[in-house]
Design a protein around this ligand. Structure first.
Ligand code: SAM
Length: 225
């Protein structure tokens, strides 16, 4: 996700949508995308829940260059109007209820100027890999890392488990993160509730077509002019 190829295509895609307006990144993190987009000439503001992540970003750029407001992307309001709001790297799934995800769409729409766009990057739920009776889907089995998702199809929740081998003693460190998965069609409905219409859905930042084999999507919703 930090390679020049991935970031270059991501920044190209977002800069074109921002045009001559301002961009707001929900869950800006350490500025992986926000910083290079700012360097491309797009004014970027961030909202971020974690002060620690914002501190890491702050070591890269100062407050005047890329302002960050500490808060929840579903509810926090920042001043100004934006031509682009974006939320990448599966992060809408960090909101664990449908209500919170709807609020996030509403909050994006609240910040957009007429004709502005909301962009989300999100994995397609991996349910096609689940045979009846199984709840776990491996996504990485390599020398230093074992990763698998467990899925609760009743609650629409997914836990990503990571076992990562440390360099020195060969022990495995365990980590896990919780997510609420959502199909593209559910996101389209959330967008409609927020007054946005689907404009484009592609499989990746290079604009490749979204198909039934695509593991993720980049979706663009537009606020009516
Ligand atoms: C996977 S990282 C993505 C960071 C950045 N957008 C990127 O693409 O590199 C997820 C980030 O979302 C932040 N986050 C999670 N829930 C949030 C929320 N409700 N509001 C704002 N930020 C949130 C986390 O603190 C973390 O920095």
């Amino acid at each position: 996700m930090t390679s020049a190829a991935v970031l270059g295509a991501t920044v190209d895609f977002l800069a074109e949508l921002a045009g001559d307006g301002r961009a707001l990144e929900f869950a800006v993190g350490t500025g992986r995308v926000g910083v290079p987009l700012r360097e491309r000439g797009v004014p970027v503001t961030g909202i971020e829940l974690s002060e620690h992540m914002a501190d890491v970003l702050r070591r890269k750029v100062d407050e005047d260059t890329l302002p960050v407001v500490i808060g929840d992307m579903a509810t926090t309001v920042v001043p100004g109007e934006f031509s682009l709001v974006y939320l990448v790297y599966n992060t809408i799934s960090n909101l664990l209820t449908q209500d919170e995800q709807v609020e996030c769409f509403r909050n994006a729409a609240r910040h957009l100027r007429p004709g502005g766009r909301f962009v989300i990057e999100l994995g397609v739920p991996p349910l096609r890999f689940l045979p009846p009776g199984q709840v776990a889907v491996p996504f990485d089995v390599s020398e230093r890392h074992l990763g698998f998702d467990t899925v609760d199809t009743v609650e629409q929740l997914l836990v990503s488990h990571h076992f990562t081998r440390d360099g020195e003693d060969g022990r495995y460190r365990r980590g896990a993160s919780r997510h609420r998965y959502a199909w593209p069609a559910e996101l389209d409905l959330m967008a409609r509730i927020a007054g946005l219409q689907l404009e484009r859905r592609v499989a990746d930042w290079d604009g490749s077509p979204f198909t039934q084999e695509s593991p993720k999507h980049i979706s663009v919703w537009r606020k009516s002019a």
